[in-house]
Design a protein around this ligand. Structure first.
Ligand SMILES: [Zn+2]
Length: 112
C-alpha cells in the first residue's frame, strides 16, 4: 500500500454505501482503483481510509447528514477462501448515532 503524503493532491469525493454515503478526500490513485467504469464511487471498493479523510457522512436510517467520519470497525481474519485467495480484512462503516451500517468492505489477497 502506498502511504499518502498529506500534501498530496486530494480531492473530495462522494462515496456510496448500502446504508448511506460519505464525503472523503481521495488521491487520484485511490479514485482510479475504486472506479469500476461507472460514474459512482463505492465505499466498498475503497476500503478503509483514515478517519481524518472524511468530512461528513449521511445515514439513511437517521435521514441526516453528520460531520466527520462514521465509525470504522474492522478485523483481519486472514481466512483462506480457497484457490489461494485470502480474506485479509473485513470491515464496516457505521453511523455514530444509530449504528446503522453505512457500508461494508472486504479486502482480499491472492497468494503467489
Ligand atoms: Zn444513523
Amino acid at each position: 500500500m502506498v502511504s499518502v503524503d498529506e500534501g498530496e493532491d486530494l480531492e473530495e469525493k462522494k462515496l456510496l454505501g448500502s446504508g448511506g454515503y460519505v464525503f472523503a478526500k481521495l488521491t487520484e490513485q485511490e479514485e482510479l482503483s475504486a472506479n469500476l467504469g461507472v460514474p459512482q464511487i463505492f465505499l466498498a471498493n475503497v476500503g478503509r481510509l483514515n478517519e481524518s479523510r472524511f468530512s461528513k457522512y449521511y445515514c439513511n436510517k437517521c435521514g441526516k447528514e453528520y460531520p466527520g467520519s462514521a465509525v470504522i470497525n474492522y478485523e483481519n481474519p486472514n481466512e483462506e477462501l480457497g484457490e489461494g485467495v485470502i480474506l485479509v480484512e473485513k470491515g464496516e462503516y457505521k453511523c455514530r448515532i444509530c449504528t446503522n451500517v453505512i457500508a461494508h468492505y472486504r479486502k482480499f489477497n491472492k497468494r503467489k
